[in-house]
Design a protein around this ligand. Structure first.
Ligand code: NAD
Length: 502
């Protein structure tokens, strides 16, 4: 069965469902003005799954007016915050009800293992909405004591219409990280998904309506970055822009957002260091550092892609890491239960990673394992064999640049000071990790690493209750946790004259 705005699809795991393909504006699916579509490709077998309507600047205008109207409408503006939180709780429950379908779409479109999509991604999405739903009636201002002549207080007010632009590595989770705090604070939103992974968010859009959010509060667009994304970033009637993606695009967004001085949050790239000291629990350090780079096909902005190991345990660490890759990294069909690593999300990403493999080889690093495409039985799919390089020098491209693949460089250091200096020798500052059994050293190093997050004796262990974001060229502002709410309100100061006469 097909209609203009929905198609019935059967996923590789046999799940049949109705896939919306329109733009979600004012709680309805509509075609794009131009009729242009984006094809979504299954990275596992390179076939087309479906085509969805792609927004252009005209469609962005429509979505922004819907969001502006909703922002001013009393059905949202005057909704008691406890009820606003109630809508978010309802949404969280609906996500759980539809978890299997959402995870199926995510795996099909993105290539991530189904068990991860179901148990980690979709679970986190529901948790994030529930967490921020709980905050909806706890966003308070302050009373400020300036003496008896003045009563001064602040109101924490929503910013208005928020534009949100998200990437393809965690399509639903990135949406939840941005929508959760924005909605809790009473904003309205125009969110654009990544063109590579347009499907799960459209299915999710139906749940927004079913949960009872008034029309126009959440508008969901698909579209190309240069067209729809740029139209959002430069729109004069959008008050805030929140972006996750590459540092290069983040820079362009910042420029475009300057047109009307939008409030801005950026979460961009990383080349996160993971330091292993000789006194670490070696077995755990190997397992966590493997998970820190190889999970999600290495497509994680906080992936600990630069491992620095103290010289005395370097050879042993490399040997164990290689064994761990062999034991754990089963590459293949993401719908198979025992698959650890699916394909890279697109041909472009696949080729980008292969390019870095060539670069590593030609720059003279030592290839320990991987270093090539991994083909499934049909010779199809954007699979990369998990890749480890050693004997890298700090000026090599593979040591300095974000690769976004199952690709790690392992280097050695002699002293704590050297480890810290080399960890910080990067334009990025997103994640970082330290492995040691020495408590004092762990805290000492954690303080000195230039990063938004430090994991002690773990890696990439993010949590929706804990702030997430970077320093240096890894971003501006924080998402998640209570801190994430700051990105979505203004403090309005009210001064009440209590008797001061001129
Ligand atoms: P990207 O930054 O180009 O895309 C991210 C989002 O920004 C997408 O929604 C895209 O449509 C939009 N976008 C792109 N150009 C835009 C523009 N000019 N104006 C407004 N919006 C725009 O990322 P990509 O090309 O998909 O991936 C390239 C690299 O970015 C990856 O290899 C990886 O290094 C990095 N990346 C980082 C993250 C992260 O979580 N930090 C996520 C995805 C990709």
């Amino acid at each position: 069965m097909t209609s203009d705005l929905f198609i019935v699809l059967k996923a590789p795991n046999g799940k049949e469902y109705k896939q919306p393909i329109g733009l979600f504006i004012n709680n309805e699916f509509v075609k794009s003005r131009s009729g242009e579509k984006i094809a979504s490709i299954n990275p596992t077998d390179e076939t087309e799954i479906a085509s969805v309507y792609a927004a252009s600047a005209d469609d962005v205008d429509l979505a922004v007016s819907a969001a502006r109207k909703a922002f001013k409408d009393s059905s949202w503006r005057d909704l008691p915050p406890t009820d606003r939180g109630g809508l978010m709780f309802k949404l969280a429950s609906l996500i759980e009800e539809h978890a299997e379908t959402l995870a199926t779409i995510e795996t099909w479109d993105n290539g991530k293992p189904y068990s991860v999509a179901l148990n980690e991604d979709v679970g986190e999405v529901a948790n994030t909405f529930r967490y921020y739903g709980g905050y909806a009636d706890k966003v308070h201002g302050q009373v400020i004591n300036t003496g008896p002549d003045k009563f001064a207080y602040t109101l924490r007010e929503p910013l208005g219409v928020c534009g949100q632009i998200i990437p393809w590595n965690y399509p639903l989770a990135m949406a939840a990280w941005k929508l959760g705090p924005a909605l809790a604070c009473g904003n309205t939103v125009v969110i654009k998904a990544a063109e590579q992974t347009p499907l799960s968010i459209l299915y999710f859009a139906q749940l927004i309506k079913e949960a009872g959010f008034p029309p126009g509060v959440v508008n969901i667009l698909n579209g190309h970055g240069k067209e729809a994304g740029a139209a959002i970033a430069s729109h004069l009637d959008i008050d805030k822009i929140a972006f996750t993606g590459s540092t290069a695009t983040g820079r362009q967004i910042m420029k475009m957002a300057s047109i009307n001085l939008k409030n801005i949050t950026l979460e961009t790239g990383g080349k996160s260091p993971l330091i292993v000291f000789a006194d670490a629990d070696l077995d755990q350090a190997v397992k966590w550092s493997h998970a820190g780079i190889m999970s999600n096909m290495g497509q994680i902005c906080t992936a600990t892609s630069r491992v620095l190991v103290e010289e005395s345990i370097y050879d042993e660490f490399v040997k164990l890491f290689k064994e761990q890759v062999k034991e754990v990294s089963k590459v293949g069909d993401p719908f198979s239960d025992d698959t650890f690593q699916g394909p890279q999300v697109t041909k472009a990403q696949f080729e980008k990673v292969l390019g870095y493999i060539e670069s590593g080889k030609s720059e003279g690093a030592t290839l320990v394992t991987g270093g090539e495409a991994h083909k499934d039985a049909n010779g199809k799919g954007f699979f990369i064999a998990p890749t480890v390089f050693t004997h890298v020098t700090d000026n090599m491209k593979i040591y300095r640049e974000e690769i976004f693949g199952p690709f790690v460089v392992i280097s050695s250091f002699k002293t704590e000071e050297e480890a810290i200096n080399r960890a910080n020798d990067t334009t990025y500052g997103l994640g970082s990790a330290v492995f040691t059994e020495n408590l004092t050293k762990a805290h000492r190093v954690a303080r000195r690493i230039e990063a938004g997050m430090v994991w002690v004796n773990s890696s990439n262990d993010s949590d929706f209750r804990i702030p997430f974001g970077g320093v240096k060229q890894s971003g501006i502002g924080r998402e998640l946790g209570e801190e994430g709410l700051r990105a979505y309100t203004n403090a309005k100061a009210v001064h009440v004259n209590m008797g001061s006469r001129l």
